[in-house]
Design a protein around this ligand. Structure first.
Ligand SMILES: *[C@@H]1O[C@H](CO)[C@@H](O)[C@H](O)[C@H]1NC(C)=O
Ligand SMILES: *[C@@H]1O[C@H](CO)[C@@H](O)[C@H](O)[C@H]1NC(C)=O
Ligand SMILES: *[C@@H]1O[C@H](CO)[C@@H](O)[C@H](O)[C@H]1NC(C)=O
Ligand SMILES: *[C@@H]1O[C@H](CO)[C@@H](O)[C@H](O)[C@H]1NC(C)=O
Ligand SMILES: *[C@@H]1O[C@H](CO)[C@@H](O)[C@H](O)[C@H]1NC(C)=O
Ligand SMILES: *[C@@H]1O[C@H](CO)[C@@H](O)[C@H](O)[C@H]1NC(C)=O
Length: 547
């Protein structure tokens, strides 16, 4: 079933946790299977959803209730996360290995969540093993509600563009490399919506434009290793949105998309009617890959011009300057995440600063990545469930990762363990990421949007006015980045590197945010259909939260 079924259902029919009046329900039924496709021109195994790669688009409107029944027809446990969707009071649906048991082969799990007070461009992706290296991802678009003004005219069409670096290997081969202490190495190419045109005029058009109209393109870098630069031949881009925030509408000839980042631009189809390429090029690598997708003007005459050698300047200074040009449009009305939507975040006193230093090293002959000396490993019992069932002490220790990184006697020691950091409910916290590596990092925080402040600046130079509220931040080599957010969303939330290899080998942690007296005002109950695994399997179900 590829088309979503939109239905308005009486609340009474649902015994679930979503007590939100008559916001519409959108139901999806997804079968996850292996398939064979040739993203780089060579047949290989990929992961399909309902036979599609990329997977079906979730197309919804702010406050819609989304119901997705994921049927795992792979031969391995599988789980999906909805990246950037805040899951307010509902970390039960976040789909990370710290919040949910993976769906066993041949079984299903029905996710139920509301896209509360959010708009914008997002995507979903697998969180198990290295599945996302070979697909299982797709776009998730949230439109503004009918009465909420959008700061630009409705575009003639709305395209999603998922760009990614790509390995021509199976996920089992890739996982085998990491499990035996080796590296994934360099990707083999780049794909745009699962295809890799080479600018030779041979590919079918991916996008069709009518001269004189304006189009919205929603880009996400769903890749594993590389920043990807995107540009259109002959057309400049007007930046309008990033991960749910309307931005100041500056024009760009090319844009850097770091791992995990999404943004949307408007393009005026105002050129000579013919074909043009959209070009995606990997950045900050010795040998860069590229892929093209063709834009075709209706009734246009002629193929795209040969690809000109046009790349963003080498080095990351250009990219940093571009980042610093991104501004939140404070006057554009839209659904805003609470209460980070506060315009006045710069006036809130920071109650805690957590400085996260990323390191890496070899442990027992294998490469690991650590945050403040702790290299995360997922316990068999998800952290959220261990906490809920009152058996956290049997599964993990809180606070192995301190707010400041202090290597014992100056010696870096890497501890492999579940990495769980407590955060006080509703505190306004600053998190600083320090990158001592040679490559650009990109971090993702689930459950919250944060103010992604200037990177590598002194605190007195922070942008305390109009930093873009979003959920990913890049950190340049030998640099740092600061984010600020109010931890007002109770639950257990993953903070992870968007670089798949580093994330798999330990670059992640969980923030545990608990309301002092758990009640339904702060957090939903564990859903009835929760999958159980590990030591909680068979334990009596805890008493539900009080109203
Ligand atoms: C997506 O949703 C929007 C708003 O509800 C609607 O206008 C549009 O037609 C939908 N697009 C698709 C492809 O279903
Ligand atoms: C599996 O799907 C069925 C309906 O198709 C649903 O009733 C059931 O709750 C699902 N299982 C889980 C664990 O969500
Ligand atoms: C911000 O949004 C407002 C309201 O829609 C719009 O009028 C204005 O042009 C936008 N400002 C910029 C700088 O993009
Ligand atoms: C922040 O701290 C300053 C100095 O301690 C204090 O004067 C101010 O009232 C505080 N602001 C808020 C919003 O709590
Ligand atoms: C962290 O929070 C949990 C649950 O709220 C609590 O039981 C534990 O004692 C806290 N640990 C630390 C080190 O603060
Ligand atoms: C939490 O519950 C305790 C005991 O029932 C009560 O004394 C306290 O006021 C409550 N605190 C909050 C913040 O509601």
């Amino acid at each position: 079933m590829n088309k979503p079924i939109v239905s308005f259902v009486l609340l009474l029919l649902f015994s679930c946790n979503l007590v939100h009046g008559e916001d519409p329900y959108i139901n999806y039924e997804w079968k996850v299977t292996y398939g064979t496709l040739s993203p780089l021109g060579v047949p290989q195994q990929v992961i399909l959803i309902n036979g599609e790669f990329p997977g079906p688009k979730i197309n919804c409107t702010s406050n819609n209730n989304i119901v997705v029944n994921v049927v795992n027809q792979l031969d391995e446990p599988f789980l999906i996360t909805w990246k950037g969707i805040q899951q307010r009071k509902n970390s039960w649906q976040d789909g990370t290995l710290g919040t949910n048991c993976p769906i066993p082969p041949g079984k299903n799990f029905t996710y139920r969540f509301q896209v509360k007070d959010q708009i914008g461009s997002y995507y979903y992706h697998p969180t198990t093993a290295l599945h996302r290296a070979v697909g299982g991802y797709g776009p998730l678009t949230i439109h503004s509600r009918a009465l909420i003004p959008v700061p630009f005219n409705p575009p003639a069409d709305d395209f999603t563009v998922l760009v990614s670096d790509w390995y021509a290997k199976t996920h089992k081969t890739l996982k085998g490399l990491l499990d035996t202490g080796r590296s994934l190495g360099r990707p083999d190419g780049i794909v745009i919506n699962g295809k890799s045109g080479k600018g030779d005029g041979k590919d079918a058009p991916m996008f069709t434009l009518v001269k004189g109209k304006t189009y919205r393109f929603r880009f996400c870098n769903v890749g594993m290793k590389d920043t990807i630069n995107v540009r259109f031949q002959g057309h400049t881009m007007k930046l309008v949105e990033m991960e749910g925030s309307h931005t100041v509408q500056n024009m760009y000839e090319m844009l850097d998309l770091h791992l995990g980042q999404c943004l949307s631009v408007l393009i005026n189809a105002d050129q000579n009617p013919k074909d043009y390429y959209l070009v995606a090029t990997s950045r900050f690598t010795k040998e860069s890959h590229f892929a093209t997708a063709t834009l075709r003007y209706v009734n246009g005459v002629g193929g795209a011009a040969p690809l000109e050698k046009k790349e963003a300047p080498k080095g990351w200074e250009w990219s940093l300057n571009q980042f610093n040009s991104f501004r939140w449009n404070l006057t554009a009305s839209s659904a805003r995440p609470n209460p980070q939507g506060s315009y006045h975040y710069g006036q809130i006193n920071i109650t805690r600063t957590i400085r996260l230093v990323s390191t890496d090293g070899v442990v027992n002959g294998k490469q690991r990545y650590a945050i403040n000396g702790v290299s995360h490993t997922d316990p068999e019992t998800p952290i959220k469930l261990a906490q809920y069932y009152g058996v956290a002490d049997k599964v993990f220790k809180y606070g192995l990762c301190k707010d400041e990184y202090m290597p014992p006697n100056g010696n870096e020691v890497i501890t492999i363990a579940p990495n769980v950091v407590n955060v006080t409910y509703r505190n306004f916290v600053e998190i600083i990421f320090e990158n001592h590596e040679k490559s650009v990092q990109s971090w993702q925080l689930d459950g919250f949007n944060f103010f992604a402040d200037r990177t590598g600046e002194m605190r007195q130079n922070y942008n305390l006015l109009d930093a873009v509220s979003r959920s990913t931040i890049q950190v340049y080599p030998n640099s740092w980045a600061a984010i600020m957010t109010t931890f007002d969303n109770a639950g257990v939330w993953n903070l992870r590197s968007n670089a798949l290899e580093k994330q798999y080998l330990g670059h992640q942690l969980y923030l545990s945010v608990n309301a002092p007296n758990t009640s339904l005002k702060d957090e939903y109950n564990m859903p009835d259909n929760e999958l159980l695994c590990g030591i909680i399997n068979g334990l009596p179900r805890p008493k539900p939260y009080a109203i």
